[in-house]
Design a protein around this ligand. Structure first.
Ligand SMILES: *Cc1c(COP(=O)(O)O)cnc(C)c1O
Length: 393
């Protein structure tokens, strides 16, 4: 198999067969002409089922994760919803990282709970806590690593073993690391999900999500009309078509275009992030810097083994508490005050009531003295100048 960036540029992105256009066209069409009743060209019938632009992106992402098949959706949450509804039935139970994307928690606790899907939030950086959370109804262990926004590191190989010992699937949300820095299938994960809105798209100009699966069969008795032994790919292909939350051709194109430069962007994101994290440790205003690249981070050694770098997200706690954290988040110039992450431009947020507003008052609430940076690719001096100004303003 060719190298990562070669695959990023070429997998699923062959020149147009008809015209030779180097960049495959954006197939902005809902339907495809048939040469006779149900005689399809290249298998395309209707764009909810398949569309060459979407399929090209799915192949490209799949090649980078090293999966069996990928499915692209209109958002990360749409991808998660399709995955969970493909796998679960009323009465089933999900173990979910407590320190994770707030929207995933909301999807499970507010959209799926009324359909009798139960869940237990746990600290996924603690395998004993995870082990203790399995019930005989557990079907899915859902993990993000690095976690959001505390940037803890979960041991994927250990969690995959635990999940499989209990006959469940390990699902890894790989949004924060991206496939350039972490490929969960190498550690035994069964499913990888992405918000392609973030590093995959990389330019804060598109919403999207994806589910990537191995060729594993799902042995759970009769799920959603499938008999035991149906593959994850069959379940997801059906759910994507029947549920319909697909990514459109324009969005698929933007995600594919972004993915081609993932390696270059991630290198710069994490070079900047590493320097900024170090610089923050030397600031008297900062009580704690949360970045897995720092040698005293509790997950540092694990991250060094499991990842090919430490990523572009940095969180830190202000010694002076909540008011100082809020003021800091509102004081930067180059860092824009926004939710989301993973674009070339730097973003800052106050997770407590921005990204994690939906878990305020629960056990999953995040510290109010915490600020989160999505470190962009701008020049390092400009980062430091902007952050310095915010400390002293
Ligand atoms: C943003 C995000 C999601 C949700 O994706 P959308 O594209 O916003 O629907 C899921 N997981 C993680 C880790 C995210 O950062």
């Amino acid at each position: 198999m060719s190298g990562f960036t070669t695959r990023a540029v070429h997998a699923g992105q062959e020149p147009d067969r008809l015209t030779g256009a180097v960049i495959p066209p954006i197939y902005q069409t809902s339907t495809f002409v048939q040469d006779g009743i149900n005689v399809l060209r290249d298998g395309h019938e209707y764009s909810r089922g398949s569309n060459p632009t979407r399929n090209g992106f799915e192949e490209q992402l799949c090649a980078l994760e090293g999966g069996f098949r990928a499915f692209s959706f209109a958002s990360g949450i749409a991808a998660e919803d399709a995955l969970l509804r493909a796998l679960l039935r009323p009465g089933d139970h999900v173990i979910l990282g407590g320190d994770g994307y707030g929207g995933t928690n909301r999807l499970i606790s507010r959209v799926l709970a009324p359909w009798q899907v139960a869940h237990s939030p746990v600290d996924v950086t603690n395998p004993d806590a995870v082990r203790g959370a399995f019930t005989d109804k557990t079907r899915v262990l859902w993990v993000e690593t690095p976690t959001n926004p505390l940037l803890g590191i979960a041991d994927l190989a250990t969690l995959a073993q635990l999940a499989h010992d209990h006959g469940t699937l390990l699902v890894v949300d790989n949004t924060f690391a991206s496939p350039y820095l972490q490929r969960p299938f190498e550690f035994g994960a069964d499913v990888v999900v992405h918000s392609t809105t973030k590093y995959v798209g990389g330019h804060s100009d598109v919403l999207g999500g994806a589910v990537v699966v191995t060729d594993k069969a799902w042995e759970v008795a009769e799920v959603n009309g499938f008999s035991p032994g149906a593959t994850l790919a069959e379940l997801l292909a059906f759910q994507q078509f029947a549920g319909g939350a697909v990514s459109g051709p324009q969005d698929s194109y933007l995600a594919a275009r972004g993915l081609k430069t993932l390696a270059l962007r991630m290198e710069r994101h994490q070079a900047n992030a590493g320097r900024i994290a170090q610089w923050l440790t030397e600031r008297p205003e900062v009580a704690e810097v949360l970045y897995p690249g720092l040698p005293d981070h509790p997950g540092h050694e694990l991250a060094a083994r499991q990842m090919d770098g430490f990523g572009g997200m940095v969180s830190f706690r202000l010694a002076a508490g909540e008011a100082a954290a809020r003021r800091f988040a509102e004081s930067t110039h180059m860092y824009k005050l926004s939710v989301s992450l993973g674009g070339v431009e730097s973003l800052i947020c106050w997770p407590s009531e921005m990204t994690h507003g939906c878990v305020v008052g629960t056990d999953q609430a995040v510290p109010t003295d915490l600020v989160r940076l999505s470190v962009g690719i701008e020049d390092l001096e400009d980062h430091l100048e902007d952050l310095e100004r915010a400390f002293t303003s």
